[in-house]
Design a protein around this ligand. Structure first.
Ligand code: NAP
Ligand code: MG
Length: 403
């Protein structure tokens, strides 16, 4: 069999624990036998990050910036327990956070839809993709408890020496709570641009919801910046057949429950945090949720939305068989490969990504699933596959379809 040649390099980032085990297996059985590909490998496993003082993460992000497309395995974000467990120098920052800030990217989460898993919401037929603005609002706020009566104010002190601006928040008559939060035009603009870039790339319509009727400055700014960015890319959006719709957030929530899906729902930070979990559980399992980081200038990094599946890894280390769902990790690869093919103008590479996704979907739709899906698919399968067993079945289907 002649392998399909991939014109430009793809940045590969290895990771940790169970997903690292799956990663190697996917590469060996589903990617390298079929593709002649230049993988620029960065080991983001926690040991290597520790040894390089996390420089490897920065290098990986720079490589994505250079080559345009990357695929990443799930990684440990160390806490005190992990420092002990892996004998680390310190609690290194989340690699996803580091890469996101270098690329100034927005994360889009998309469920993988199969016929025999019926979503919790019966009208949902196509994926609902959540784009979450991952900067500011309550996640970068000052909040504190007010012990008793007193006046609270917002104060803006301009650096140019102009008079400070003051505004009363509340004249407290008794104890309470207070929070001050912010966002920046630059970050909101990057978010809007990444959403537009993603929607054009995926050919899905955009919804954006906020509460500008109540929040005349804060939420209205989001709405205005989105409108301006949509206006700036009007021609590209029209060419791709992509529409933009602003709604009040409560209207968006009500309408999503009656919608068939196939849209990008752009969410402010908190809404995205909450709604992405609602969408994930509505569509089934964490093992079926993919994630892509898109920068405003069109760089793409694909990964599974779940973590390193630690509990399964400990079973694996004990020598016990595991049944870990590899679908989201496989779709991270196919997403990246398809995008590589699209940017290179190589339809055969894109077709390979389609064939691999189809092999996975065919397996699931014929009842070949891992344990997490057994109670979700109908009719309920008699048993389930091991981690390796599922991958072997996908490989078999792929060999038949690609030859
Ligand atoms: P997790 O890896 O997402 O797994 C939590 C639980 O969800 C698993 O124990 C398993 O449930 C189920 N699950 C998740 N993915 C699955 C899959 N593919 N197949 C089957 N079941 C799946 O979260 P965690 O174990 O709490 O976190 C482990 C590490 O992941 C942490 O160190 C965290 O920092 C890291 N993390 C990384 C990323 C990332 O790199 N993007 C994201 C999140 C977390 P059962 O045990 O019930 O089978
Ligand atoms: Mg959440």
């Amino acid at each position: 069999m002649t392998k399909i040649h991939v014109k430009s390099p793809l940045v590969e980032m290895d990771g940790d624990e169970m997903t690292r085990i799956i990663w190697a297996q996917i590469k060996k059985t589903l990617i390298l036998p079929f593709l002649d590909i230049d993988l620029r490998y960065y080991d983001l496993g926690v040991t290597c990050r520790d040894q390089t003082d996390d420089k490897v993460t920065v290098k990986a992000a720079e490589a994505i910036h250079e080559f345009g497309v990357g695929v990443k395995c799930a990684t440990i974000t160390p806490d005190q327990d992990r420092i002990q467990e892996y004998q680390l120098k310190k609690a290194w920052a989340s690699p996803n956070g580091t890469i996101r800030s270098i690329l100034d990217g927005t994360v889009f989460r998309k469920p993988i839809v199969v016929k025999n898993i019926v979503p919790g919401v019966i009208s949902w037929k196509k994926p609902i993709i959540i784009g979450r603005h991952a900067y500011g609002d309550i996640y970068k706020s000052a909040d504190f408890s007010i012990p008793g009566p007193g006046k609270t104010e917002l104060v803006y002190t301009p650096t140019n020496g102009d008079e400070p601006v003051r505004m009363t928040v509340q004249d407290f008559k008794g104890p309470g709570v207070l929070m001050g939060m912010h966002n920046t035009d630059a970050s909101i603009r990057s978010f809007a641009r990444a959403c537009i870039t993603y929607a054009i790339s995926e050919k899905v319509n955009i919804w954006f919801g906020a509460k500008d009727t109540i929040s005349k400055h804060y939420h209205s700014r989001f709405k205005d910046i989105f409108n301006a960015e949509v206006e700036a890319r009007k021609a590209d959006l029209e060419k791709a057949g992509v529409t933009y719709r602003y709604m009040l957030i409560d209207d968006a929530v009500a309408q999503i429950m009656k919608h068939e899906g196939g849209i990008l729902w752009a969410c402010k930070n908190y809404d995205g945090d909450v709604m992405s979990d609602m969408i994930a559980s509505g569509f089934g399992s964490l093992g079926m949720m993919t994630s892509v980081l898109v920068s405003p200038d069109g760089k793409f990094e694909y990964e599974a939305a779940h973590g390193t599946v630690r509990r399964h890894y400990y079973e694996h280390l004990k020598g016990n068989p595991t049944s870990t769902n590899s679908v989201a990790s496989i779709f991270a690869w196919t997403g990246a490969i398809r995008k590589r093919g699209e940017l290179d103008g190589t339809p055969d590479v894109m077709a390979f990504a389609d064939a691999l996704e189809q092999a996975v979907i065919t397996c699931i739709e014929s009842g070949i699933v891992t344990k997490d899906l057994v109670n979700l698919v109908s009719p309920k399968p008699k048993g389930y596959e091991t981690t390796d067993g599922f991958l072997a079945q996908v490989a078999e289907h792929l060999h038949v379809s690609v030859g």
